[in-house]
Design a protein around this ligand. Structure first.
Ligand code: BV8
Ligand code: ZN
Length: 251
């Protein structure tokens, strides 16, 4: 991977980094992306499955889809890209980690304080009393899971289309994007809003914005540099570069 002298310099001098990760970061772990060739959206349409209306109309179908995805996520492991981000976090004083992924792989790789803009598939919550249900109670089920407290319908604790993102997490993401020296957009097609606006906010605020993706995306025209390649290959190389100059003690 060739990176520009400018990026090398920014990497080695950055004190504040903000990263936005998407499904592409987990692709090398074996989790299918949404819109790629292997994308799960190929088989299903987002509006058919990832919306509250779809859920209320047919909870069994939606749970069938999420059970399948929970099963996949339970069987895979974080990859080198996830671990590289956990290391990068210790190399700078200020690291904001925003993810659109719901697969919990960042947490499993040791990343701390990840801002989960679209929720987390390993958690469920009751649509009636709002209580969270523990992951252990319903890993894979055949029927629709019900709340053990009030008997209400459980839903995956993810943000569906048309639903608001968790306000605190999104606010912290915007602040992180505004104050960073370097913004990394990793493994995302950059089509889902408002997450997709974060790189643009960073750019407006004067950060260097770099995209990591095997292909160009809608975002590519708005970033300073696109590193074409897999995040599992590129991120460890960026961390090695940073280690040459950063001696920040882990927080
Ligand atoms: C909201 C649920 C507002 C959980 C998801 C028209 C224009 C603009 C916006 C809209 C519009 N119409 C509607 C909207 C709003 C809508 C939206 O943005 N729609 C888009 C599709 C047009 N957004 C919303 O509805 C959001 N809410 O706006 O509410 C509101 C206001 C007032 C009142 C009420 C509400 C909610 C958005 C959240 C939706 N939930 N998922 C789940 O089931 O997962 S979105 C879904 O897409 C996932 O969460 C995923 O994270 C997200 C983004 O996808 P990506 O991560 O980018 O994945 P993708 O497959 O697309 O790309 C993968 C990339 O990786 C590719 O580029 C590939 O090349 C690359 N790659 C592959 N391999 C690798 C790799 N990269 C690196 N390394 C590799 N090895
Ligand atoms: Zn309940």
């Amino acid at each position: 991977m060739t990176i520009s002298e400018k990026l090398r310099e920014v990497l080695q001098r950055a004190d504040s980094i903000c990263v936005l990760t998407g499904a592409g970061l987990s692709a090398e772990s074996g989790v299918p992306t949404f819109r790629g060739d292997d994308g799960i959206w190929k088989k299903f349409k987002p509006e058919e499955l990832a919306s509250f209306d779809a859920f209320i109309r047919n909870p069994a179908l939606v749970w069938e889809w999420y059970s399948y995805r929970k099963k996949v996520v339970g069987e895979v492991k974080p990859n080198a890209g996830h671990y590289a981000l956990a290391q990068m976090q210790d190399l700078v004083a200020d690291f904001t980690h925003v993810t659109q992924n719901v697969d919990n792989l960042h947490a499993r790789a040791g990343c701390r304080g990840v801002l989960e803009l679209h929720g987390n598939i390993t958690r469920s919550l009751c649509i009636d009393c709002g209580r969270h249900a523990g992951e252990s109670t319903q890993v894979i089920f055949t029927t629709v899971p019900k709340c053990e407290f009030c008997g209400g319908l459980l839903r995956p604790d993810v943000v569906w289309f048309g639903e608001l993102l968790p306000a605190a997490a999104f606010e912290q993401s915007v602040e992180g994007a505004r104050r960073c020296d370097l913004f990394l957009s990793i493994g995302t097609s950059g089509v889902v809003h408002p997450a997709a606006s974060l790189p643009l906010i960073a750019r407006e605020a004067g950060a260097s914005v770099v995209e990591i993706n095997p292909v160009y995306t809608d975002l590519s025209a708005h970033v300073h540099e696109t590193l074409l390649g897999k995040s599992g290959d590129i991120l460890p190389q960026l961390v090695t570069l940073m280690k040459e100059s950063h001696h920040h003690e882990p927080t």
